[in-house]
Design a binder for this molecule. Structure first.
Ligand code: SAM
Length: 355
């Protein structure tokens, strides 16, 4: 028997399902503030002064126009999700950026998390989301393919604006992460030739080379259409190819955010190709999201599980976020008997696989 609808427990349940059912407002409003460039307007070179929606709108549209009330509705909702701080004075509402909101501000290198938000909400990706249930009914093809007729990387490759946005998104997320791990992780000592598999524009290598002068040669290995757009970086050679076929030789191999998007069999193939490219005792250093064994409602677990559904929907229906134990087993089955996980960043874990 269901409890009486007036009970506290049913009241919470009705509220809980309404929150979940309306949840789409959150990412779509986040996408809206990124498209409108609200974070840069509030930040204004570092002032972060609390502003009303009208004042923000004046900065966004100096020649006038726009609807301040609708902007305020969005800012208010996102304040509840920790993107903005609301300063309430009588009936007036002003908004500044929280630490989360500040990740959307363009930095001196032109980077932020804003392109990552935009990348996730492009039309081709959005078309895949109503088909998530299809990943359960038929996992042989991912929702992205069902919606767009071909896999995501092939699709991006044919559209220069999508390819460019993907690289900008990867830089915006990877540069702050690399700054954080290069402080606390010493696994690059003694390495002279380092290959970054799926290195996108080469940001990770650029930062590793700056911090570790012992790494004299960086090989940025990615799909031909991706390296064709990569900028020149001192000490880094861009090499186009397919990691499922072969990987350039190195003393060590770095790989960030690559294994996650592939099935177990595909990961095994990539890791076996890494193994072939390494000397005896050589290391594969992979940075990947690693799922906790237990499910809970922490921000970390949620961010990791949400990313897992993103992978299932966009990249590979059987590509996935894995636990530490699943990674250890993948390593064993591809010729890496030694394994260690280093937890520095809350989202990506550094995984060392040694021959
Ligand atoms: C999620 S991105 C990560 C980029 C970068 N490592 C980072 O973390 O910023 C995955 C990368 O794998 C690359 N990739 C996909 N298929 C590949 C293949 N068959 N061979 C080489 N690289 C590939 C993509 O082009 C993309 O740059």
């Amino acid at each position: 028997m269901m409890e009486d609808e007036s009970s506290e427990c049913r009241n919470h349940a009705r509220l809980g399902i309404m929150e979940l059912a309306n949840m789409i407002s959150v990412p779509m409003s986040l996408n809206a503030v990124v498209r409108l460039k609200v974070a840069d307007a509030i930040w204004d070179g570092g002032s972060n002064t609390p502003l009303s929606a009208s004042q923000i709108l004046t900065r966004l549209l100096p020649s006038g126009g726009g609807d301040p009330e609708n902007l305020q509705r969005i800012l208010r909702m996102l304040s509840s999700y920790g993107v903005f701080t609301e300063h309430l004075n009588g009936s007036k509402r002003n908004y500044s950026l929280t630490d989360v909101g500040k990740t959307l501000v363009t930095d001196s290198e032109g980077l932020s998390y804003a392109p990552y938000v935009l990348q996730h909400h492009q039309d081709a990706l959005m078309r895949a989301w109503p088909l998530v249930h299809d990943a359960v009914l038929d996992p042989s093809t991912e929702p992205f393919v069902k919606a767009n007729g071909e896999p995501a990387y092939g699709y991006y490759g044919k559209k220069p604006e999508m390819n460019g946005l993907m690289q900008k998104a990867m830089s915006g997320v990877s540069v702050p992460f690399m700054k954080a791990i290069l402080e606390g992780y010493n696994g690059f000592e003694g390495v002279e030739r380092l290959v970054d598999v799926g290195g996108s524009g080469g940001d990770c290598l650029r930062m590793i080379l700056l911090k570790h002068p012992n790494v004299r040669q960086g090989i940025n290995f990615d799909l031909p259409e991706v390296v064709a757009k990569a900028p020149q970086i001192p000490g880094v050679t861009h090499v186009g190819g397919d990691m499922f076929k072969s990987i350039p030789r190195g003393d060590a191999i770095f790989m960030k955010w690559v294994l996650t998007t592939w099935t177990d069999d595909e990961c095994k193939l990539i890791m076996q190709n890494c193994n072939k490219a390494l000397p005896e005792g050589g290391k594969l250093i992979a940075c990947e999201p690693v799922l906790p064994k237990e499910t809970d409602d922490s921000h970390r677990t949620r961010a990791l599980l949400e990313g897992d559904i993103f992978v299932m929907t966009v990249y590979r229906a059987k590509g996935k976020h894995r636990t530490e134990e699943e990674f250890r087993r993948l390593g064993l089955s591809s010729g890496f008997p030694n394994f260690r996980a280093v937890y520095i960043d809350y989202f990506y874990t550094v995984l060392e696989f040694q021959k």
